[in-house]
Design a protein around this ligand. Sequence first.
Ligand code: C2E
Ligand code: CA
Ligand code: CA
Ligand code: CA
Length: 280
Amino acid sequence: AKMQGGGHHLLYNVDMGLQLQRRIAVAARLEKALAVGRLTQHYQPKVVLDTGQLCGVEALARWHDEEWGWVSPAEFIHVAEERGLIIALGDWSLDTAARQWRAWHDAGVTPPTTIAVNVSAAQMMSDGFAERALAIVRAHNVSPLAIELEITESALMHEPAKARRVAARLVERGFTLSIDDFGTGYSSLARLQNFPVSRLKIDMSFVQGMTTNPDSLAIVTAVIGLARALQLRTVAEGVESQDQIDKLRSLQCDMAQGYFFAKALPAADLERDWLSRPSR
Ligand code: C2E
Ligand code: CA
Ligand code: CA
Ligand code: CA
């Protein structure tokens, strides 16, 4: 038994070592990929639930490594956060979104009303973020009004006083703020009203659980009710079925995003299927 226990322990350590090695390797290749411009950005439609009309997109980072193939954002974003690359990656995401807005506009294509960019806690709390974000979008001659910043509930609640100041600065400069993955952060709901946010994105775990799990349905119902009371718009994430859409409509959720409508698409595909060229 002793030997078995020891063996188990050894395996556990080997596995941990491999995980650490993998993360170090991912960080090194990610840093290189960023430097040489190998990351791309895809865009997932957000639609108005009542009309099905496009009301914005979410920009999502994609990475295809020559040897490894596609690396999941869940993995490389986590590694970037852990190994000090998330500010560079996040600034790249904002820059890329603004550049794409400008490219669509200059090509005579109507850009989505807003392009939403994910902002990590470390990026939001980094020195001078609001000024830097403004400089990045302005460098492409894009208004912050066209850019929505998605910040997770846990990022806001970690250092709430500082987060509130940064959020206020961003809003002063014209950015729209959304709370991402809402419902997962166990924040005090009362605190929400201290943040100048415009939208709540209901985490997909609740949206997907809603039609089978009464607790999930109760949470979605409460979040939409709370949002209404605070005059925030609601976006349901991870919508995959007509059942979910019917339920969300009956609860008066405003917007939805999910594979039912579209997955995140390369810019050219979004343009072809979702954006229009005004007739000239
Ligand atoms: P997120 O912000 O919660 O983004 C939504 C994720 O759900 C995306 O995964 C999207 O592809 C996926 N998704 C959308 N609709 C559906 C659906 O109907 N069903 C299912 N099962 N999934 C759906 P993705 O692209 O793998 O991104 C994962 C996470 O990585 C994002 O979660 C976000 O937190 C982070 N991320 C991605 N790009 C960036 C970035 O540029 N900066 C930062 N800071 N984080 C990013
Ligand atoms: Ca998001
Ligand atoms: Ca989310
Ligand atoms: Ca998420």
